[in-house]
Ligand binder design. Structure first.
Ligand SMILES: C[S@@+](CC[C@H](N)C(=O)[O-])C[C@H]1O[C@@H](n2cnc3c(N)ncnc32)[C@H](O)[C@@H]1O
Length: 219
């Protein structure tokens, strides 16, 4: 199953940036800027962007850090990462890309100050999402920030129908519950979970803080 998903994303990588551009590159750039502002990323910090795709968030973080810090993007699709690395090279941005499954991150404990995830948490099946959230908590320093961005449920009935079909096709009914309000789920892993609607009203960010080590089960 995972192999087919990976192949699907490898194929999708060939047109992903074109689709984003059609959808309005400017709007999506603004949203990613908003995500990083809300993450509070500052010079010298280390950021990990999970399910990075063609690297939009990791590249923006790399540009912001300007070499003073570390920006890493992780994805399990070789096709997506090839595009991301190409963009880093062409734009002379310092960002590193690592091929890995988000449920088994190849990093030591407490390696990152910030972990981001843009428009991808819903695409994970519930078991992978749980494993991924445990991994995110493990690789964050205590007090580090996890921040994710997702679409709001569309108000237009037709678009809402398509949105719900896509959600259902990605896992189980738990995906729909998660999408409606991520806070109860994220509160199982992080402290001080808050949700904020992004400018434009079509996306939202949900942010939590990695708890102190002694109060968490790291198994
Ligand atoms: C809709 S794209 C989002 C890409 C990017 N974050 C953005 O905002 O443009 C979802 C990404 O999640 C990746 N992905 C899905 N399941 C994954 C997994 N189990 N491990 C790592 N990456 C995964 C896919 O390969 C794809 O690149």
């Amino acid at each position: 199953m995972r192999v087919w998903r990976r192949r699907y994303y490898d194929l999708f990588s060939l047109i992903y940036d074109v689709i984003i551009a059609l959808h309005s590159r400017d709007k999506s750039a603004r949203l990613r800027r908003f995500l990083l502002e809300k993450a509070g990323l500052i010079q010298g910090q280390r950021l990990l962007d999970i399910c990075t795709g063609t690297g939009a968030v990791a590249l923006r973080a790399g540009r912001l850090l300007g070499g003073a810090g570390l920006a890493v993007g992780v994805d399990f699709s070789w096709g997506m990462l090839k595009k991301a690395s190409q963009k880093a090279w062409e734009n002379n941005v310092q960002a590193n890309f690592v091929l890995a499954d988000v449920s088994r991150l190849p990093f030591q404990n407490a390696r990152f100050d910030v972990v981001t995830c843009s428009h991808a948490m819903y695409e994970l099946d519930p078991a992978t999402r749980q494993a991924a959230l445990l991994e995110v908590r493990r690789v964050l320093v205590p007090g580090g920030v996890f921040i994710m961005m997702e679409h709001m449920e569309p108000s237009n009935p037709l678009i809402r129908l398509l949105y719900n079909i896509r959600l259902a096709s990605m896992g189980s009914s738990e995906n729909k519950e998660f999408a409606r309000d991520e806070r109860p789920f994220l509160s199982q892993y992080f402290d001080d979970v808050v949700l904020e609607v992004a400018p434009g009203g079509r996306s939202k960010i949900i942010r939590g803080i990695s708890p102190p080590r002694d109060s968490e089960n790291m198994s």
